[in-house]
Design a protein around this ligand. Sequence first.
Ligand SMILES: [Zn+2]
Length: 493
Amino acid sequence: MQLYQSQEIKIQNSLSGKKDVFKPLNEGHIGMYVCGPTVYSNVHLGNCRTFMSFDMIFRYFRHLGYKVRYVRNITDAGHLVDDAEDGEDKIAKKARLEKLEPMEVVQRYTVDFHNILQKFNFLPPSIEPTATGHIIEQIEIIKDILEKGYAYVTNGSVYFDVIKFNEDHEYGKLSGRKLEDMIANTRELTAQDEKRSPQDFALWKKAEPQHIMRWPSPWGDGFPGWHLECTAMSTKYLGETFDIHGGGMDLKFPHHECEIAQAEASNGHSPVNYWMHANMLTLNGKKMAKSTGNSILPGEIFSGDNAILSKSFSPSVVRFFMMQAHYTSILDLSNDALLASEKGFNRLMDALKILKQIETSKISDFDVVAWKQKCYDAMNDDFNTPILIAQLFEAVKHINAIKEGRESISAEDKTLLESTINAFVFDVLGLEAKNENEGGTDKLAGVVELLIELRKEARDNKDFATSDKIRDQLAGMGIQLKDGKEGTTFSVL
Ligand SMILES: [Zn+2]
């Protein structure tokens, strides 16, 4: 029996507007798609929070024994500046400004994205497809939508006909917008506009001669519209209907609304059963924006190299901080909040160490079985990590009381407490224990310096056998000595 058979999960579903009981399409299996980053700059801390929320959700499903196919894409083409319908491709713009090939931009920032996520201890998704790797699939969907009559070609571009679609489908059902209101609130089209209605969106854009990212298509050289890639990749890897689609709140409209329209126009039914949206991260109470200076990169938090925080914070502390808020709430990052999280994180890690050492007795003052279910209840209630963390601190209180002899725990309960707390802290929340060898690098440096000194003495005494032995054996351990004018230095490979 798998754990998921005894736990009922409720998910805040943006499509129904309420918490729905989660039932996957195929028992024991989950298909989940999350909109990934547009790789034209260093990954934004706010985006990290969104991806971290879905990493935690992915982890919890796996912990419950589900087989999850988690697809998170990389947008490497088609995302235009300001999310607008006209304008430059974000990656092409960066490539032009920095005189790079667009794929150099993509490579550089994909590597940065993976590095940061690895520091945050993310699990890799099952598939990480790219938009440029799925141009053919996107063209096929456009052909399909054209054939069904929900799109039209103008001057080498293809647009989705929102008004036609809304005649027999509901455009706006995810974001709760009404097409009539949208039309009333937008400007009139001018004669230069290629679109029939301002709400129409591009499925394929004709590439102007100077546009560097372009592909051949039945409508001429061009590039796909941004919304289309997610429909193409989610359908390809998860099917026409799948369980969960996630992303940041800002993607609900128009991006996800357009995804629904494209899928329904192409295959006739709703693509996703549960739409999940993660909320944003603010900095010192204000929206993060590079232009106002109210912005910080993940790497700048880890290194302490920034003008906003008083010290550096480890990725695990930042992760713990983010997990202390529910993913659907706005979270504000500040120096005080991070300092408080660091204190809490250390207290939790210290309790885990104490737990290993505490003595057991015949009876328990702590009902571990009931506590364990409360942890699951928290997670089952729309992945409520702040309540889970409160439960973990409830256990910390008992652990400290047992250590001080004010309470006792049986051997059986201690084992259960240890396995449960470890599962939630490390497997589900994805935290990493504090480095037990903290300060170990300093000690290593001291030992190597000592060996360098002994080697110098040996050489001065013409004892080359000893000096070579020290150098070679250190090299064997991956520590390279380098003799220079200023003396000998070392590097750890
Ligand atoms: Zn997307």
